[in-house]
Design a binder for this molecule. Structure first.
Ligand SMILES: C[S@@+](CC[C@H](N)C(=O)[O-])C[C@H]1O[C@@H](n2cnc3c(N)ncnc32)[C@H](O)[C@@H]1O
Ligand code: SF4
Length: 447
């Protein structure tokens, strides 16, 4: 049997992150704007409502590792026209649907949502949340460097109870090499303010595999995190794609850890998190037993959407803002990336859709398989012979079983404890789009 390091060497290969299936580069057959609206109407249930995602693309400074869709600017004058476009986009949806959907949840992502002034954030929230579901959940990604106490007040007064802070790493040399200077003291003060306002959940984003990280720096960072005790931690693998993401060329390759050290950074970070009371809830995510994600995990209610793990979701996700992705359960669409084109389209009274994909039966089956593997570490294969490329899948699954990554019991596939870090590889074996298009698209390494 291969040891952990040999497994990393064998399985560390480019792989999609599978926040959706099929991944964006494999989308085909986009729905027309009319079909898109009819898909939403077909799947809308008024007792559940829709999930909203709002993308605020602006950031004041560039983090060299960043793979998000964002625009770096210190000019806050464009806030008003951006706010107007977002509100008009939502109005276009309401006009085309012919009703005002109930809001099941709202997530603010970016870029940096707290780039918007507290006043503009409040206007946005008041307008979007006119028709809130009684079990509404609001969440936001916050950059600690651009968050004022007035932002926190607006958020807490408008039902945004779950907060995620971008931390990445606390080591000063690592921070310097990624151009993200943020002291533990500043973050700790922000955590105190969040606790004083009774936000219900606090997540920290951390990344392993960054330049200048070592086993010592990662353990020091995690010890500081453990003192602040967020109830959730996303411990992401650094996705390094300098050919595609130009800003990552500002990172010196020589400072990056080797694949073996990267895996050790993850393993030692994970060990420390577990020793500090966190539980592994799924790919890259750790939770205290008191958190909503841990509860969802033990109650088998964990689900995934484009933003990651959630404890509840609607069959409809509507994304507002440039590059936002939406899901009708029958199709995906993505908004335009270019801010001017996005605004122009909305000014013309049209939805700013750029890309899309209409699901066929295979997509829906494989979505279920990948989601269950990632949420429950287990999936029961129904009608497996009808899956596209089943003979190839079967061969790959038996190799994964031989390497101790999965256990196979008739139709039941279970990720084994030593296979937890390789879920993306297991998911990949079912990906028929990838098999059809291999070598055409670049993905980050699976580990
Ligand atoms: C939109 S940002 C979070 C909010 C805010 N902009 C901030 O940075 O504080 C989302 C998260 O994506 C993660 N991220 C960005 N680029 C990444 C990359 N190349 N590899 C892995 N994670 C990345 C970071 O952990 C970051 O906190
Ligand atoms: S990590 Fe966050 S703050 Fe940094 S550039 Fe990316 S989106 Fe902006």
């Amino acid at each position: 049997m291969l040891n952990q390091q040999e497994l990393v060497q064998k399985y560390n290969r480019p792989a999609p992150r599978y926040t959706s299936y099929p991944p964006v580069p494999f989308w085909i057959n986009p729905p027309s704007s009319t079909d898109w609206i009819s898909h939403i109407k077909k799947n809308y249930l008024d007792d559940v409502g829709v999930d909203l995602y709002v993308h605020v693309p602006f950031c004041e400074s560039l983090c060299y590792y960043c793979a998000c869709n964002r625009i770096i600017t210190k000019n806050h004058k464009n806030e008003d026209s951006f706010l107007e476009a977002l509100l008009n986009e939502w109005q276009i949806y309401k006009n085309k649907l012919g009703f005002s959907p109930k809001i099941n949840s709202l997530h603010f992502g970016g870029g940096t949502p707290t780039f918007l002034s507290p006043k503009n954030l409040e206007v946005l929230l008041k307008n979007l949340l006119i028709n809130k579901s009684p079990s509404f959940i609001g969440s936001i990604e916050i950059d600690p460097r651009t968050c004022q106490s007035e932002h926190l007040e607006v958020l807490s007064q408008n039902g945004i109870a779950r907060v995620s802070l971008g931390i990445q790493d606390f080591d000063p040399d690592v921070q310097k090499s990624i151009n993200r200077d943020q002291s533990p003291e500043m973050v700790s003060a922000l955590v105190e303010s969040l606790r004083a306002l009774n936000f219900s959940s606090l997540n920290f984003d951390l990344i392993y595999g960054l330049p200048k990280q070592s086993l010592t720096t990662i353990s020091q960072t995690i010890k500081k995190v453990a003192i602040m005790k967020p109830d959730l931690i996303a411990f992401y693998s650094y996705a390094h794609l300098p050919d595609k993401i130009k800003n990552q060329r500002l990172i010196h390759e020589i400072d990056l850890p080797s694949p073996e050290l990267k895996r050790d950074l993850y393993e030692s970070g994970k060990k420390l998190l577990l020793e500090n009371g966190y539980e592994d809830v799924g790919m890259d995510h750790f939770a205290l037993p008191s958190s909503y994600l841990y509860r969802a995990k033990v109650e088998n209610k964990l689900q995934r959407n484009f933003m990651g793990y959630v404890d509840k979701k609607s069959s409809i996700l509507i994304g507002l803002g440039p590059t936002s992705i939406s899901d009708s359960s029958m199709s995906f669409v993505q908004n335009m990336k270019d801010l001017k084109s996005y605004k122009d389209k909305i000014a013309a009274g049209e939805l700013p859709l750029e890309l899309g994909h209409s699901h066929n039966e295979d997509d829906i089956n494989i979505q279920r398989i990948i989601s269950e593997l990632m949420c429950n570490n287990q999936v029961s294969l129904l009608n497996k012979e009808s899956l596209p490329f089943w003979d190839e899948i079967k061969q790959e699954l038996s190799l994964l079983e031989k390497d101790g990554i999965i256990e196979i019991d008739d139709d039941l596939i279970t990720i084994s404890p030593r296979g937890m870090g390789f879920v993306r590889n297991v998911a990949m074996s079912f990906d028929y789009h990838l098999r059809q298009q291999i070598n055409k698209t670049k993905f980050s390494q699976s580990i």
